[in-house]
Design a protein around this ligand. Structure first.
Ligand SMILES: [Zn+2]
Length: 514
């Protein structure tokens, strides 16, 4: 009996220990935080008030330049010079794009890449930190996606990591990929084609947000961005219309055909177009017209959808007696597949850094903006997000050229805060909030999470191996093949005229007067 009692007692004690251990384990934060000297060094450097201000001012300068894709001369130069002055070796004008650069420090393996964007959007000019629509220069471009903060955060992180590499003799290479024209999803497939990402072991991407978080899995849509141009023949529109062939008719008929096509596309698709050219006067039958399409779907469906849209164009040309003179693909990218091991590592560092503290003035601005947008007046965010798993349901949506990068190296994106929750993307409200103090603090928090993650990947081969093993496994079934047609080249002319129109006016009215 004694034995049995004691047996039972032992079992009870064991169960209690297991339960206590379980309680202890599950009551701990899901990502135990570890700060070792190399990581502490990058966090300390980025915590200095003058460093927050230095990169804040770079972000504000890029916000003011508000340069459209492939025209980001001042923004790109400011970032490249900042990295060069910090001891990075900078190559400029890469992959056929004058504003593309790669800044490198260190040598040998591992090679950690940081992505950075800096282009603006058309028509979004807005005064910074003014909570109602009030353009700096009506109709001019503006930073409606926060890209002014993004390559700035990557540069700040890279410079912090370089200092730690020098101080602690850390081996490896850091590369900052200055990536133009993300808003038009252009640069990365060309940068990959030019071999710029060869040998990169892992990539830390970032994006401005009102959140501080990351996610993994497949998301967004693949896309073809293509201009269709038709040629007809001119005639007097009233005197002898029978002798003309209207290229505008072909554009209109193509659009009717694609709008009927929508019914028979898988629901993951998105498709939108603008007419670029449609003649110059109603009394001259237009002999040239062109239409610019974004044709989006999942990786599995986008190429067959693209072929069907081309058939719509061919049919329109046949019906109108015009010629489909040119199909110019500006860019084509895959869906993004964020690496889970990378996202888990980034999440630990996001939690380590934590949400910035906002002042009463910043909270008041956020609430005023939210009120004007008729959104809930929640102010600035106070907690970091938890790690987002994929939903498992593809619902389509937008695209990013980070998609292609994610198929050639393990990649995930750190979303960093600074934007006002409820502000609308590609809208004046986002331009208003991505300037000044909240943007400075947000990009600083982002830079800390990027730098801390880069340090982990440089110092801990076992962490990097997790990313690479997952990536190799995924790549077996998803080998990278560019969607770019062989003859495609970066469309350097795309925003040239617009920027030539706005740049002198921006310079006259507010740039260079600050
Ligand atoms: Zn963006």
């Amino acid at each position: 009996m004694m034995m049995r009692f004691s047996d039972c007692n032992t079992r009870n004690v064991t169960i209690r220990i297991v339960l206590l251990a379980c309680f202890y384990l599950f009551s701990q934060p899901s990502y135990p935080q570890e700060i070792y000297p190399e990581k502490q060094a990058v966090l300390d450097y980025l915590s200095k008030p003058y460093i927050l201000e230095e990169y804040g001012k770079i972000s504000d300068a890029i916000w003011s330049f508000a340069e459209l894709g492939l025209q980001e001369y001042r923004s790109s130069e400011l970032l490249a010079n900042t990295l060069e002055e910090a001891g990075f070796e900078v190559e400029r004008g890469l992959a056929g794009m004058p504003t593309c650069f790669v800044a490198t420090c260190g040598s040998g393996k591992p090679v950690i890449g940081l992505l950075g964007e800096f282009d603006a959007l058309p028509m979004l000019s807005q005064k910074g930190r003014v909570p109602e629509q009030d353009p700096l220069l009506d109709g001019a471009p503006g930073h409606g996606c926060g890209h002014n903060t993004m390559c700035t955060a990557a540069a700040a992180a890279a410079i912090a990591v370089k200092q730690a590499m020098d101080q602690f003799n850390i081996k490896g290479t850091i590369k900052v990929f200055g990536s133009p024209a993300e808003e038009t999803i252009i640069s990365r497939p060309y940068m990959i084609r030019a071999g710029l990402f060869n040998g990169v072991d892992a990539v830390i991407d970032n994006h401005s947000s009102s959140k501080f978080g990351t996610s993994y899995g497949k998301g967004g849509n693949a896309v073809f961005s293509t201009i269709f141009t038709f040629r007809g023949s001119t005639a007097h529109s009233a005197g002898s219309p029978w002798s003309g062939r209207s290229a505008l008719d072909a554009v209109e008929l193509m659009n009717i055909a694609t709008n009927y096509l929508r019914e028979h596309l898988h629901y993951t698709y998105r498709m939108h177009y603008i007419i670029l050219e449609g003649g110059e006067a109603p009394n001259v039958v237009p002999d040239k017209a062109s239409v610019w399409y974004y044709i989006r779907n999942t990786d599995e469906r986008v190429e067959s959808m693209y072929k069907r849209v081309i058939d719509c164009a061919k049919g329109a040309a046949l019906a109108t007696g015009t010629e489909l003179a040119d199909i110019r693909c500006l860019t084509a990218v895959h869906q993004k597949h964020a690496n889970q091991a990378a996202a888990e590592l980034f999440q630990k560092n996001i939690e380590l850094v934590g949400m910035p503290e906002w002042t009463d003035k910043e909270e008041a601005f956020a609430k005023a903006l939210q009120k004007n947008l008729k959104k809930e007046e929640t102010g600035m965010p106070d907690k970091v997000d938890s790690l987002k798993a994929p939903t498992g349901v593809a619902v389509g949506g937008g695209s990013t050229d980070v998609g292609d990068v994610s198929l050639i190296a393990p990649t995930a994106t750190i979303l960093f805060p600074g934007a006002v929750p409820g502000a609308i993307a590609h809208h004046w409200s986002t331009v208003a909030g991505n300037y000044g103090s909240t943007a400075w603090k947000g990009l600083n928090a982002g830079a800390k999470a990027i730098a801390a993650s880069a340090i982990d990947l440089l110092i801990k081969p076992e962490e990097l191996k997790k990313l690479q093993d997952e990536f190799e496994n995924y790549s077996k079934n998803h080998p990278y093949k560019s969607l770019l047609p062989e003859d495609a080249s970066p469309p350097l002319d795309l925003n040239k005229e617009l920027m030539e129109k706005w740049r002198p006016l921006m310079e006259e009215f507010y740039l260079d007067h600050q």
